[in-house]
Design a protein around this ligand. Structure first.
Ligand code: KIV
Ligand code: ZN
Length: 523
């Protein structure tokens, strides 16, 4: 349930909107399945389209433009199928201002068409090669034809934001008289600025009786600002796509529109709590990945790494978030990385239910810093392994032998050789070199030779904690002291380097054995 206290937008917003008339109802027109599918690289099959249409309906979409009926027989069948799903949303098809396109919509058994023709001088001259009079006649003829066949009609002036105002008013008044139920004013190439678009919508709103729809492309990064400016000036239908997909740089992202309308204008559209899951579904089905920094639904939208921010968010999440992630059904992520302070690490451990002793925090922070130095994020599994390792080491008796130096030489045409310098229990330092079948084996052989050749490796287990080549590994060894009591000693270590981690685990097992033997002697 969304409540006021889940948001903390700027108090200046309301102040700035005091001159704007009341914005009561805004309808969401979703063209993910039409303009969205026109994005390079996206191709949806019938099942994909049905799943997305159902999810859009569930989200609270008012109108779904499910495709372009005239484009193929398959498209017509998909539209027919979606039209028969019994959705709450109205389902429509796009159509050019040509009879055969309207016929295709009629054949799809739909009762709603979105028809368009270009009205800018640039498009009429170079693309359509038609005069304004011919364009207007075509528009009126198409709207009349669609109406005669029982269709509701939304009419679009393609490239409206580069269309002469007098001609646009002329053609829109004519289609209004012909029975169009709404007029769409697309910023087809994303070329207008909010102030100009707002003024344009205001003028058209006072000239027309029918509702005004807006359709903003994001070529210059202004799609959201333009859509909101249009709403402030009388537009009551906003077109767009989830995740901001669409031609070229896409259409306005409808999840951004819906959250802004609610948070800044008090207008309810979607069931906001379904935004994250619906956008994730669209991401999976279209294969169009969301950038981590995508507003509202990117992974980083509610992720915090730097110490100052994590501290603030833990005290009150609204210090560094405009609204709580639950509003859109998302989760907050505390990231442990290069910039993390102890607050982030402590918060993360708490989240993972790990009771880590405060006195060992400096050591844990040191390990985290070392690991994330290259900019790598420490995953939950890695943090857990480091913390467990520190706690385990602390629980093991005092170290008797210390590894001072380790050098390993290996390669395809070289015999793997390791040199270790170890300070033994008797206080003497020894430097020993040994070969092996691989670098790990050579290092373990060198340690055994330096400390106690009678210690044998009975078991060696290596596991990757996470699945990438720069991730952490865990090594667990079991060693047997055949010289003394033949008992087993266990050693474990985690790290990013397999050889070093194997050596650490071996040293831990050997030191355990020393402690045990010493205790036995003392008894
Ligand atoms: O961007 C555009 O102008 C369109 C129209 C078909 C409405 O997508
Ligand atoms: Zn478009």
């Amino acid at each position: 349930m969304v409540s006021e206290d889940m948001f903390a937008v700027s108090q200046y917003n309301q102040l700035a909107l005091s001159g704007v008339g009341p914005i009561k109802d805004v309808k969401i027109f979703d063209t993910t399945l039409r303009d969205g599918e026109q994005a390079p690289g996206i191709a949806l099959n019938p099942d994909d389209k049905v799943r997305i249409a159902q999810a859009l309906d569930d989200l609270g979409t008012d109108i779904i433009e499910a495709g372009f009926a005239a484009s193929s027989d398959i498209e017509r069948d998909i539209l027919k199928q979606i039209g028969k799903l019994g959705l709450n949303a109205r389902v429509c098809s796009l159509a050019r201002c040509v009879k055969k396109d309207i016929d295709a919509v009629i054949d799809s058994d739909l009762d709603y068409v979105h028809t368009f023709i270009a009205t800018s001088d640039l498009h009429m001259k170079y693309k359509l090669k038609m005069t304004p009079e011919e364009v207007k006649a075509k528009a009126v003829e198409t709207v009349e034809y669609a109406r005669e066949h029982g269709l509701d009609v939304m009419f679009s002036c393609e490239d409206a934001t580069r269309t002469r105002m007098d001609f646009m008013k002329d053609i829109l008044l004519a289609v209004q008289d012909a029975g169009a139920e709404s007029a769409n004013i697309p910023d087809t190439v994303g070329v207008i600025i909010p102030k100009a678009y707002g003024a344009m919508i205001k003028e058209l709103h006072s000239a027309l009786k029918i509702p005004i729809s807006v359709h903003c492309h994001n070529d210059m990064g202004l799609a959201l600002a333009n859509s909101l400016a249009a709403v402030e000036n009388g537009a009551t239908i906003v077109q767009g796509c989830l995740n901001g997909i669409g031609e070229r740089t896409g259409n306005v992202a409808l999840e951004e529109v819906a959250v802004n309308l609610y948070a800044n204008y008090g207008v309810k559209t979607y069931d906001l709590s379904k935004i994250a899951s619906t956008c994730a579904l669209v991401e999976r089905i279209t294969g169009f990945s969301l950038a981590a920094n995508k507003p509202i639904v990117g992974y980083n939208a509610f992720a915090h790494e730097s110490g100052i921010h994590v501290h603030g968010v833990m005290a009150n999440s609204l210090t560094y978030e405009p609204f709580k992630p639950e509003v859109v059904g998302a989760k907050r992520h505390i990231i442990v990385g290069k910039l993390s302070g102890s607050h982030a690490v402590e918060g993360k451990l708490e989240e993972m239910n790990i009771k880590f002793p405060q006195e060992h925090m400096p050591e844990l922070m040191e390990a985290v810093k070392r690991m994330s130095m290259t900019g790598k994020i420490v995953t939950d599994a890695e943090l857990e392994a480091i913390a467990e390792d520190i706690m385990w080491k602390k629980s093991v008796e005092k170290r008797e032998c210390v590894l001072d130096e380790l050098t390993v030489v290996t390669g395809r045409t070289t015999t793997p050789t390791a040199t270790v310098k170890i300070t033994r229990t008797d206080g003497k330092s020894v430097t020993v070199a040994e070969t092996g079948v691989g670098p790990v084996n050579a290092a373990v052989n060198a340690i055994r030779k330096a400390i106690n050749p009678k210690m044998t490796m009975e078991e060696y287990k290596l596991s990757a904690i996470t699945g990438k080549s720069d991730s952490m590994c865990q090594v667990a060894v079991t060693m047997k002291n055949v010289q003394n009591d033949g008992e087993m000693s266990f050693g474990r270590a985690v790290g990013t380097d397999i050889v070093e981690t194997s050596v650490d685990a071996t040293m831990a097992a050997i030191n355990r054995d020393f402690s045990r033997v010493k205790r036995k002697k003392e008894c």
